[in-house]
Write a protein that binds this ligand. Structure first.
Ligand code: NVA
Length: 313
């Protein structure tokens, strides 16, 4: 039996990404129709970092799929400290249908997947936030009138180019055939190997990916404007050093005015008004952040349905 995991955006193919997004549109329209976890079968939701949307959307989604969400505070379990990741994976894998984990290093979630025997889902690591990008692609697809309309759309991201959101936009956006521009200071460029992977994907899908410090060029004619906190979870000790480099990359009304007339603004949240974007943008008419937050639920339900169907042997 083969088991499929979602450890980063490119754990699935571009065609599979489109299939999951279409399924998300279907489950959003009829929330309780698909119940592959009926029984209920349990899904473990573990987190080693703070959470609101991840806990909410996975636990609600698992319940709507007929299952039982077993939420575990990572500090309580001490995954990789109190006992090894491999041992935790083996114990969980005997009792749950899937494992959802928010953690630090990508190596940790890879080790979990190697030993679990059930699908493992990345609910944010230091390098990637692929569930959020699925939700964001769903939000953009709704806005543009279909999953097929993602290709060719320009998504411009402003801020920390080395964080999980920027790196997942590069991979996930390239898979969807989009033009992804990461606008960031030179010291905060994405990891070279992740940019290289996104470029290789873009060659196959017809997408374009680039990294620049030129804010105006990045914003020009963008269909989607995205940003994220300047201080990601785990970087709190660097907060002071991270205050000034990103100021020129703040999304404000002047930046939005450079984007396409129908451009929308997205943000994974939590958001800090007056820092990465002004209140006028996130609370303004172009903001889609509440749809985006809701779409975590629908995108992740579709992902779980798809992973479970592909892993049941
Ligand atoms: N880049 C942010 C995303 C929060 C959902 C962080 O890792 O804290």
């Amino acid at each position: 039996m083969s088991v499929r995991h979602f450890l980063k955006d490119s754990s699935i193919s571009p065609a599979e990404q489109a299939e999951i997004l279409r399924l998300a549109i279907e489950v959003k329209a009829d929330r309780l129709r698909r119940q592959p976890l009926k029984g209920p079968r349990a899904v473990a939701v573990l987190t080693d970092k703070p959470t609101l949307r991840t806990q909410l959307s996975f636990c609600v989604g698992i319940a709507e799929l007929g299952g039982y969400p077993m939420f575990v505070d990572g500090k309580l379990a001490g995954v990789g400290e109190r006992e090894s990741i491999a041992d935790v994976a083996r114990v969980l894998g005997r009792q749950v249908a899937a494992i959802v984990w928010r953690t630090h290093g990508q190596d940790r979630i890879e080790e979990m997947a190697a030993h679990a025997g059930v699908p493992v889902v990345n609910a944010l690591t230091d390098d990637y936030h692929p569930c959020q990008v699925l939700a964001d692609l769903l939000t953009v697809a709704e806005q543009r009138g279909g999953v097929d309309r993602l290709a060719g759309a320009k998504l411009a991201y402003f801020g920390d180019g080395a964080n999980n959101m920027a790196q997942s936009y590069l991979l996930g956006g390239a898979m969807a055939g989009m033009e992804v521009v990461i606008a960031t200071p030179p010291a905060y460029r994405p990891k070279a190997e992740i940019l290289a992977e996104a470029e290789a994907i873009a060659d196959r899908t017809g997408a374009k990916v680039s990294v620049t410090a030129d804010v105006a060029a990045a914003a020009s004619a963008a269909d989607v404007v995205a940003t994220d906190t300047w201080v990601s979870m785990g970087q709190e000790a660097d907060a002071a050093a991270r205050r000034s480099p990103f100021v020129p990359f703040r999304v404000d009304d002047a930046l939005m005015a450079l984007a396409a007339p129908e451009a929308v603004f997205i943000h994974c949240l939590p958001a800090y008004r007056g820092k990465e974007m002004t209140a006028s943008v996130i609370d303004g008419p172009r903001s889609r952040v509440w749809d985006e937050a809701e779409n975590r639920l629908h995108a992740q339900k579709a992902l779980l349905i798809w992973l479970l169907a592909g892993s049941d042997g």
